[in-house]
Design a protein around this ligand. Structure first.
Ligand code: NAD
Ligand code: IPM
Ligand code: MN
Length: 355
C-alpha cells in the first residue's frame, strides 16, 4: 500500500491554473496504478502571500514541507507587485538551496504532433537532457553596491564554484550519460572569457571523465553551443552546465522542440535527504494568467517526472504516453499550439488517455 505525501504549491499566475490540472492527472494515475496520494496545499511562495504577510513564506516553511516526499510546484513571480529577485530569492531559490536540490534535470524532447521551429526535424531527432547545476555558480547574493547614487557607484557580484558542488553535478551528469544509449556528455563552458571559474569547471570535467571511460564527452563554449542547439540538436545526449548557462540552455532546448510551455523539470536532491521539487520550466506568464488558456503539459510532464522519482515508474511513463497521445491530436491542443483546447480540457484529455 504505497502512499506518497506531496506538498502542492501553485504559486503565482498560471501556476494557479496548471497545478490543479497536474493534480487531476496525478489522481488519475493513482487510481489506475493503485497507489495513494496525500496532497497538502500551501498558499505561500506566492506574491499574494507576500501582499498579506510582507514576505514570501512563513518562518517555519521548512518544517511545514520538509517532511513531504516531494513538492509539486507551479511558478512564482508577479513583477508588478514584487520585484522578481525578491520573490524568487524568497521562495524557489530558497527551496533549491535549503533542500540541496543541486540537480535541475530538464529533458528536451521533440514530441509527436508538436512542430519544431527548426526545419526538417522529426520526433526522435531531438532527445537530450540539460543537467543544470542548481545551488551555486553565477546565482549568488554575494557582493554589493558601493557609493550608491554618486558617479563612483558600482556593483560587484561573485560567482561561486565549489569543488564539492562542481564534482557532484558532473558526477550526476556522467552517471546519467552512462545509463543512456548514446553515452555522450557535452559540457557547457566559457573558459576563453571567464578566466577563473570556467577553466576550473573544465578541469573538474576532465578529472571526472577519467572515471567514465565508456562515456564519450566534449565541451563547447556557451556561445557556439547555443548555435549548435539550433543547427545540430541531434548532436546532444546529456548537456551539463553551470547554473546560469543551464538556465539559458533549458529555455533554448525546449524552444527548439516547439515550446517552453510543455517543458518539465525536476529540482532533485539525489541523496533524498530532502524533498525534491517538480515544476514546469516556464514561469507565471502574467500576460496570459487568469484566462484559463495556459498549456498544462509542462506541469503534467513534471508530475510524470515526480512519480518516477517516487518509484512509480510505470505511472510516470504512462502519463508521458498520454501526453504524446494528446499532443498528436490537433483538437486537444491548447492555443499556443494552434489548438482549440483550454487548460482544463487539455488536462482532462490527458487524464482520459491515461485512464
Ligand atoms: P514565462 O515563462 O512566465 O513566460 C514567457 C512567455 O511564454 C509568455 O509569453 C507566456 O505567456 C508564455 N508561456 C509560458 N508558459 C506558458 C504556458 N504554459 N502556456 C502558454 N504560454 C506560456 O517567463 P517570463 O515572462 O520571463 O517571466 C514571468 C514571471 O515568471 C517573472 O516573474 C519570472 O521571474 C517568473 N519565472 C518563474 C519561473 C519559475 O517559477 N520557475 C520560471 C521563469 C520565470
Ligand atoms: C527557472 C527560472 C528561475 C531560474 C528564475 C525564475 C529565478 O528561470 O526555473 O529556470 O533562473 O532558475
Ligand atoms: Mn529559466
Amino acid at each position: 500500500n504505497r502512499v506518497h505525501r506531496i506538498a502542492v504549491i501553485p504559486g503565482d499566475g498560471i501556476g494557479k491554473e496548471t497545478v490543479p490540472e497536474g493534480v487531476r492527472v496525478l489522481e488519475a494515475a493513482a487510481k489506475k496504478f493503485g497507489f495513494k496520494l496525500q496532497l497538502d496545499d500551501f498558499d505561500f511562495a506566492s506574491c499574494d502571500y507576500y501582499a498579506r504577510h510582507g514576505r514570501m513564506m512563513p518562518e517555519d516553511w521548512k518544517e511545514r514541507i520538509g517532511q513531504h516526499d516531494a513538492i509539486f510546484f507551479g511558478a512564482v513571480g508577479w513583477p508588478d507587485t514584487v520585484p522578481d529577485h525578491v520573490s524568487l530569492w524568497g521562495s524557489l531559490i530558497l527551496f533549491r538551496r535549503e533542500f540541496d536540490q543541486y540537480v535541475n534535470l530538464r529533458p528536451c524532447k521533440l514530441m509527436p504532433g508538436v512542430p519544431s521551429p527548426l526545419a526538417g526535424r522529426q520526433p526522435g531527432d531531438i532527445d537530450f537532457y540539460v543537467v543544470r547545476e542548481n545551488t551555486e555558480g553565477e546565482y549568488s547574493a554575494l557582493g554589493g553596491r558601493m557609493f550608491p547614487g554618486t558617479d563612483r557607484e558600482f556593483v560587484v557580484q561573485e560567482s561561486v564554484f565549489t569543488r564539492h558542488g562542481t564534482d557532484r553535478i558532473l558526477k550526476f551528469a556522467f552517471d546519467l550519460a552512462q545509463k543512456r544509449e548514446k553515452k555522450h556528455l557535452t559540457s557547457a563552458t566559457k573558459s576563453n572569457g571567464i578566466a577563473i571559474t570556467m577553466p576550473y569547471w573544465d578541469e573538474r570535467v576532465e578529472a571526472m571523465a577519467k572515471s567514465y571511460p565508456d562515456v564519450r564527452w566534449d565541451k563547447y563554449h556557451i556561445d557556439i553551443l547555443t548555435a549548435h542547439f539550433v543547427q545540430n540538436p541531434d548532436r546532444f545526449d546529456v548537456v551539463v552546465a553551470s547554473n546560469l548557462f543551464g538556465d539559458i540552455l533549458s529555455d533554448l532546448g525546449p524552444a527548439c522542440t516547439g515550446t517552453i510551455a510543455i517543458a518539465p523539470s525536476g529540482n532533485i536532491n539525489p541523496e533524498r535527504k530532502f524533498p525534491s521539487l517538480f515544476e514546469p520550466v516556464h514561469g507565471s506568464a502574467p500576460d496570459i494568467a487568469g484566462k484559463g488558456i495556459a498549456n498544462p503539459i509542462g506541469q503534467i510532464w513534471s508530475a510524470a517526472m515526480m512519480l518516477e522519482h517516487l518509484g512509480e515508474v510505470e505511472a510516470g511513463r504512462a502519463i508521458l504516453q498520454a501526453i504524446e497521445t494528446v499532443l498528436s491530436e490537433p483538437k486537444l491542443r491548447t492555443g499556443d499550439l494552434k489548438g482549440p483546447a483550454n487548460t482544463v480540457t487539455c488536462a482532462k484529455a490527458v487524464a482520459d488517455a491515461l485512464a
